[in-house]
Design a protein around this ligand. Structure first.
Ligand SMILES: NC(=O)c1ccc[n+]([C@@H]2O[C@H](COP(=O)([O-])OP(=O)(O)OC[C@H]3O[C@@H](n4cnc5c(N)ncnc54)[C@H](O)[C@@H]3O)[C@@H](O)[C@H]2O)c1
Length: 384
């Protein structure tokens, strides 16, 4: 009896679900670079999946990718369009391309009636995000966006804290983070060139910290934004891991924004790939009853950078409660892929829906446009 009472307070973890492997979903991979590795490793663990095709613009890259993972009998193509034309049996694709081709690959796949797991950030501009949502609506297919930190137990705790009313009404959020030096060029320049990355730190890691807080507060609509962005580190060979890459740098390495959200909440955001300080600040959620501090991480890895602290009054005494760091059982990428496959099989809504992430993209787009114009702007999101 005592055991069952205690069980009620135990943290709920996903229990091993039984997967029906009698029908295999036919999967294709679009873009076989760095992150496609994580996707394929997760798909290979799923008993109800058959990888049938892959595409990459670089000749030989898709073949080498499948060979490296020991996958045989996969048809490879030199573009996503060629793959979609020749593979009518595809049930789903992972879009693992650089940011600038997220929209075209996703829209073309949805138009062919193929379900899509799209890597973050959703895309580059708000216009693209609108077109993606329209294609999704027309197709009736599942589109899930690849924010795997959503499956981290600490991220879920942030949302539970807000939803439980522990913080009271939220009125102000400071969020963001970044790296003292961390412009991502481990495998070339696709993150830093305008033609491939499109946006820099704001899209790469900024989208995560926006998702962390916006998901916790139920993704209110963004209304206005005053934004700033710059590229002082990326353009300076002294700060680049490969000095010759400085010439190719065409995106932001730091961005900040002051965003007004529906419901009277203000979001104060900043993100850096590089800076002369260890962090631009922790994430702090201000509520009328309590506040939550979420320590920033050195590098966005999908969890918290230390114990979260709840600031509240207990019988009139100002109190700080250190929350334990929760363990997440399982691999975040496996959970992201599994939740996508389950939505397809069960006909349930996308686990990380575009209806939320379009607001994330709208803020990114708004910061970039406001920064270019040099003044605050209104965020106008057309009907889907
Ligand atoms: N979720 C995560 O933790 C995580 C981590 C790293 C990167 N990412 C995201 O994944 C995406 C890819 O990053 P990456 O590091 O793998 O990039 P990458 O440059 O290593 O790989 C992208 C590949 O896509 C191919 N490609 C582009 N357009 C194509 C098209 N139309 N058809 C076929 N192939 C195409 C390119 O040739 C390239 O090989 C980025 O948007 C990035 O933000 C997510």
């Amino acid at each position: 009896m005592a055991e069952s009472i205690l069980d009620a307070y135990k943290h709920q973890h996903n229990t091993e679900a039984v997967i029906d492997a009698s029908k295999k979903l036919k999967i294709g991979i679009i873009g076989t670079g760095w992150i496609a590795d994580a996707h394929i490793k997760s798909y290979l663990k799923m008993p109800d999946v058959e990888i049938i095709a892959g595409a990459d613009l670089i000749p030989g890259k898709a073949d080498a990718f499948f060979e490296k993972h020991g996958i045989k009998n996969v048809r490879t193509y030199l573009s996503h369009t060629e793959m979609l034309e020749n593979e009518p049996e595809l049930d789903a694709v992972s879009v693992c391309t650089y940011n600038m081709t997220h929209a075209v690959c996703t829209i073309d796949s949805l138009n062919k009636g193929v379900n899509v797991l799209l890597e973050k950030p959703m895309c580059v501009t708000l216009d693209e995000a609108v077109e993606i949502c329209r294609a999704e609506k027309k197709s009736g297919k599942v589109l899930s966006i690849g924010f795997q930190p959503r499956f981290d137990e600490n991220m879920k705790m942030i949302k539970r804290l807000v939803e439980s009313g522990t913080l009271g009404d939220i009125y102000y959020i400071q969020t963001g983070g970044g790296r003292r030096r961390g412009i991502p060029t481990p495998f070339g320049t696709t993150f830093i060139e305008k033609e491939t990355g499109g946006i820099g730190a704001i899209g790469d890691i900024g989208c995560y910290s926006l998702d962390m807080v916006l998901n916790a507060i139920g993704y209110p609509k963004p209304l206005t934004v005053s934004g700033y962005k710059c590229d002082f580190f990326g353009k300076n060979p002294e700060y680049m891991p490969c000095p010759e890459y400085a010439e190719k740098f065409g995106v932001d390495d730091f961005a900040a924004g002051f965003v007004r959200l529906e419901g009277g909440i203000v979001l104060d955001f900043r993100i850096a790939w590089a800076m002369h300080v260890d962090t631009p600040g922790d994430t702090v959620i201000f509520g009328k009853k309590a506040a939550l501090r979420i320590p920033s991480t050195d590098c966005w890895n999908g969890t918290v950078g230390g114990n979260m602290v709840l600031y509240h009054d207990v019988c009139g005494t100002q109190t700080e409660t250190k929350l334990p760091i929760l363990e997440t059982k399982g691999n975040l990428f496996d959970m992201k892929v599994r939740s996508f496959l389950d939505a397809i099989k069960n006909g349930t809504p996308a686990p990380i829906p575009s209806s939320q992430i379009i607001y994330n993209q709208a803020i990114i787009d708004g910061i970039c446009r406001s920064a270019e114009l040099g003044h605050e702007i209104e965020i106008d999101i057309p009907e889907i």
